[in-house]
Design a protein around this ligand. Structure first.
Ligand code: SF4
Length: 360
């Protein structure tokens, strides 16, 4: 682990759960505090100078009384890629400067791990039964946490992969910036199981993705997963624009191409940095050395800052062209981008949900 856990809170509703047992035995020297409610969160918020940073060192094990599965909310006017999200963990021990969780989980700044994952599987069972088998659905973890950062404590990846590899109408993805793949290498991969890596040039990893694995370690982990019969995905997201970035991103593509064969790639996504006004202030305060909010950005209709359109299109075109040259048959899609980006960069637009699904 590239990070440090200092405390474990366990809600009384989860004391005897297998998740608590696993985590506590993996961290035998960490103090454990039993609790009946979430009030300790208020103390953390009141007492810590940087509650978000501190919360990344605190695990809270409790039951999820809400839904585990939801549709990716996308963003207004952007083309939807029809992705469903499973949340077993909220918050993340890594500390990326641009991470939206700093804003979303401001009131819950600890790593919450849900103990009742049996409910997750029954919820997904009923969802799949009601959806039928008309087309493959894409489901993934990795929206409210890195999918594998805590996997050596929870072992969730094994349960998820074993469950989803028998589901004909589902493509399941784990998304990570780590090289924490021991658990998934302990079992056989499958055609419908995708391990996805977010990638950036090493200088961005160094400056803005604290606690993550190096680019080489991510690609090496992808190569090992490929050998174990998993499908691989790469996400150029968030793409950061700076002087010389085209060459750096093309270098990343070349590195990937020299390690991972086209047949093993399920999809590649591209999405440029976007952030809200509150996020801008959080980043300024928590990461004063980061330069990513000082680019040529403008406030868009969805109240998020993005690089100005000509700049975004220019760099997208270069990266898209290089990706298509390296991987002509692989689906490359744009994440949280409006239709004009698809038209101007890819020269085409998925006209309906069915076509978007066909991309995958
Ligand atoms: S890995 Fe993802 S979830 Fe974790 S801090 Fe970075 S952006 Fe946030």
């Amino acid at each position: 682990m590239n990070f440090e856990i200092q405390k474990i809170f366990i809600n009384r509703n989860s004391i005897k759960s297998s998740v608590s047992e696993k985590i506590c035995s993996a961290l035998p020297h960490i103090p454990i505090i039993e609790t009946e409610n979430d009030e300790f969160l208020n103390e953390i918020k009141a007492e810590e100078i940087d509650p978000v940073g501190y919360g990344k060192k605190v695990i809270y094990i409790t039951r999820n009384e809400g839904d585990f599965l939801k549709k990716c909310p996308g963003t207004r006017k952007a083309i939807c890629c029809n992705y469903y999200i499973l949340n077993l963990i909220t918050n993340c021990p890594l500390d990326c400067t641009y991470c939206i969780l700093q804003q979303y989980l401001h009131n819950n700044p600890v790593i919450k791990i849900f103990s009742n994952i049996e409910n997750l599987f029954s919820e997904v069972d009923s969802a799949l039964n009601s959806w039928g088998k008309q087309y493959p659905l894409r489901i993934g973890t990795g929206e409210l946490s890195d999918s594998l950062a805590l996997d050596d404590l929870t072992g969730f990846s094994v349960d998820l992969v074993e469950y989803f590899k028998n589901k004909e109408n589902v493509i399941f993805e784990l998304k990570t910036k780590t090289s924490n793949i021991d658990n998934i290498l302990s079992i056989e991969g499958a055609e419908n199981i995708v391990i996805g890596w977010s990638v950036n040039p090493q200088n961005i990893i160094d400056s803005d993705e604290k606690g993550s694995a190096s680019l080489d370690a991510r690609i090496d982990a992808a190569r090992k997963c490929e050998k174990n019969d998993y499908k691989i995905a790469f996400h150029f997201d968030p793409l950061i624009i700076y002087e010389g970035c085209e060459n750096d991103y093309c270098g990343v593509i070349d590195k990937i191409r020299s390690s991972i064969s086209p047949e093993s790639i399920a999809w590649i996504s591209i999405g440029a940095l976007r952030f809200s006004e509150p996020m801008k202030w959080i980043m300024k305060e928590r990461f004063p050395d980061s330069k990513i909010i000082y680019g040529e950005q403008t406030l868009c209709e969805d109240k998020k800052y993005r690089y100005i359109r000509p700049l975004r299109e220019e760099i997208f075109k270069k990266i898209y062209t290089r990706l298509k040259k390296s991987y002509p048959k692989v689906s490359v899609y744009f994440c949280m981008e409006e239709s004009y980006i698809w038209k101007d960069v890819a020269g085409t637009l998925p006209h309906c949900m069915k076509e978007t699904k066909a991309l995958f």
